[in-house]
Design a protein around this ligand. Structure first.
Ligand SMILES: N[C@@H](CCC(=O)N[C@@H](CS)C(=O)NCC(=O)O)C(=O)O
Length: 237
């Protein structure tokens, strides 16, 4: 069985989680290198040598691949998490790229001006950005996936693909970051919620979620809980 090496920041789920969920769902053998003894130094060395722009990246034998969606494009067929036909594979890749765009927008709710500044240095802009995200962008993404799931169990039909696992992760992360916003919104997207629950119950994923390998969400991650950004609905007086 192939041994994969995943490289990602050791203290957060982040984008590494999309890859981890695919590996865990399939019961693949892998090492989370930066969480081991080599730490992030091992990660930086390989990044430098292979000119990878940013983590996560994956090493498989001599192959080193960066960009989350690219890593999943490679892993999908090898882990039984992608359709066989090219058209189906490209459709899954398209869905994954849409999720990648969505992740950037989630990140930008707490870092709307610059990634290099602290959240505390961009709070007013973060409030404006989050209000727009919750009112306009989040419903647009959720509706897109709700529509895609119409009349089918998983995003591409009867069997799960890696984009289903990533959609699970989006719902989990968004519920953590915006418990009030998501409580208001999610009842309008029952198929997305059912997909989340279906993925969480898959044996490999359920085992992983119950393990210590699943790091809890935290405020260094992409999905951050800042109560000032996620106010409860106004109660009418
Ligand atoms: N488009 C890339 C983005 C990768 C990325 O932004 N990685 C973050 C961690 S989640 C990082 O460490 N970025 C460093 C940087 O952008 O300078 C992907 O989807 O993998």
């Amino acid at each position: 069985m192939t041994m994969y090496r995943l490289y990602y920041w050791p203290e957060i789920q982040g984008r590494g989680e999309f890859v981890r969920l695919a590996l865990e769902d399939a019961g693949a053998r892998y090492v989370d290198v930066a969480r081991g003894r080599g730490g992030v130094d091992a990660m930086f060395r390989l990044m430098e040598r292979h000119k990878v722009f940013a983590p996560p990246f994956l090493a498989s034998g001599r192959l080193v691949l960066g960009q989350t969606a690219n890593v999943l494009l490679y892993l999908g067929p090898r882990l039984g998490l992608a359709p066989k036909a090219e058209a189906g594979r490209l459709r899954v890749h398209e869905l994954q790229l849409t999720i990648a765009d969505w992740v950037v927008e989630v990140h930008d709710t707490h870092h709307p001006i610059a990634s290099g500044l602290y959240y505390e240095q961009q709070r007013p802009a973060a409030r404006r950005r989050t209000a727009d995200f919750l009112a306009e962008r989040l419903p647009k993404y959720l509706y897109h996936f709700e529509k895609t799931l119409k009349k089918q169990k998983y995003l591409t039909g009867r069997t799960a693909c890696y984009a289903d696992l990533s959609l699970f992760q989006m719902v989990a992360g968004l519920r953590y970051a915006f418990p009030n916003g998501m409580a208001r919104l999610q009842r309008k997207y029952p198929r997305v919620v059912a997909l989340h629950d279906r993925v969480a119950a898959r044996p490999g994923v359920a085992r992983y979620l119950a393990s210590e390998r699943r790091i809890p969400f935290n405020e260094m991650d992409i999905w951050r809980r800042y109560p000032a950004l996620d106010r409860p609905a106004q109660v009418a007086k």
